[in-house]
Design a protein around this ligand. Structure first.
Ligand code: CTP
Length: 402
């Protein structure tokens, strides 16, 4: 895919999974990459530099003060020559140092001095992975635009079973390939909605739903990775704004509707119109009809107040009805008759593509399974992490746009 002809700096840090980095080196070469290995001192304790030197035919660097590169600029020389840097295995300590922008050794320094994309493949024991400090660092890396590949779950060297294992080399090569793949949405403007909406009843109460926003945020990230200019209209979620994404926060369906149309209206002779609208938000179909601007008290009269509802605008259908609509992609969560309801929704909303969640208990989970419905065709995306599915979906959509 995106590996052939690339010069990849493979960073090996301290973890028992360092032994897999030797196979990874081979697999990357087989996929057409030139591999230059840089190790941390801890990494070099697990597997000797001689192994990588023999595999790559290139000198392996560990020491920041290595004199083999002239004028003491190894970090600049190595990162300048690279098309991408991949850290595999990436230890918890190395990720912490990346998250803080530290330059404590040669590998950390060349990551800091890079101009090329950087990916990390975490490898550690389950407790270290689950530690809130590690999770915080991983989130920071993602927010900084660093690709986090894996980890996987399974047997660990410490005898435990759980999340934290580095992906196997063949899976890693595939993920790296997808990550370095062509920018399929280069020059495209993409508008997305994500998350739930919140429909207030009074100043302290309201109606919302269980959408976590994770799928929509993952798709926004995948669109950025594919080279698009991305605006995300987000309902109330606590997720951080993905790197390079412009975010507009809203609460209610009406606000989401207005923000979306306001954004689409910015197109002019000078500003390119949006090419793509992806409606991932779980928009409330109804809102309480009579908002009370002071808190409804138990002592107000009726012990059990009755709520009357008013219809919210259908954002997706209204975008599809615009004079020059962008390519519209809808999402659907159905509890039954997925296909029939999905096809019906496709027609009702007047859109070319609807993505249905298979299984309705995916709220807040990191995995999902999708069925892409189009007029006359169906494509199933097998269960996978939302981030991976997002890339596959974006690839599928990009084919329709081109
Ligand atoms: N949608 C929207 N505005 C609404 C309701 C839904 O933009 N007021 C969008 C969602 O973002 C999603 C798609 O429409 O992309 C389908 O949402 P869903 O809730 O499954 O469909 P509904 O239109 O609400 O239909 P139903 O409740 O009958 O399933």
């Amino acid at each position: 895919m995106g590996i052939s002809g690339k010069r990849i700096v493979l960073g090996v840090t301290g973890g028992v999974a360092a032994y897999k980095a030797a196979v990874l080196t081979r697999e990357l070469q087989r996929a057409g990459a030139r591999v230059q290995v840089v190790m941390t001192e801890a990494g070099a304790r697990f597997v000797g530099p001689a192994t990588f030197q023999a595999l790559t035919g290139e000198p392996v660097f560990v020491d920041q003060w290595d004199t083999r590169i002239a004028n003491g600029m190894a970090h600049i020389e190595l990162s300048r020559a690279a098309d991408a840097i991949v850290i595999a295995p990436a230890s918890a300590d190395f990720m912490a140092s990346l998250a803080q922008g530290r330059a404590g050794d040669l590998l950390a320094t060349l990551c800091l001095a890079r101009e090329c994309p950087l990916a990390v493949a975490p490898a550690m024991n389950r407790q270290m992975w689950e530690n809130p400090a590690t999770q915080r660092n991983v989130q920071q890396l993602r927010d900084d635009g660093i690709e986090v590949i894996g980890p996987d779950s399974g047997d660990q060297a410490c005898g435990e079973t759980g999340m934290g294992r580095m992906l196997e080399p063949d899976a890693l090569v595939e993920a790296i390939g997808a990550w370095l793949a062509p920018k399929r949405l280069a020059g495209r403007r993409v508008l997305l909605t994500a998350g739930p909406t919140f429909e207030p009843i009074d100043p302290v109460r309201g109606i919302t739903n269980r959408s976590s926003g994770k799928m929509g945020f993952a798709i926004a990230r995948a669109c950025v990775a594919a080279g698009a200019d991305v605006t995300l209209v987000a309902g109330p979620v606590s997720l951080p704004t993905p790197w390079a994404v412009r975010r507009i926060n809203v609460q209610t369906a009406q606000q989401m509707h207005d923000a979306v149309h306001g954004e689409l209206d910015t197109a002019s002779a000078a500003v390119r119109a949006h090419d793509l609208f992806i409606a991932v938000a779980a928009v409330a179909d109804w809102r309480p009809a009579n908002y009370r601007d002071s808190k409804i008290k138990k002592t107000d009269g009726n012990a059990v107040p009755e709520l009357a509802f008013a219809q919210n605008p259908d954002i997706l259908a209204s975008v599809a009805r615009r004079a020059h609509p962008p390519y519209c992609v809808g999402f659907a969560a159905e509890s039954e008759s997925l296909e029939a309801h999905g096809l019906d929704k496709l027609a009702r909303k007047g859109i070319p593509m609807l993505v249905a969640n298979i299984g309705h208990e995916t709220f807040g989970l990191d995995d999902n399974e999708l069925l892409i419905l189009e007029h006359g065709s169906q494509t199933r995306l097998a269960r996978a992490p939302k981030a991976l599915l997002a890339h596959e979906l974006v690839r599928h959509i990009a084919e329709r746009l081109s």
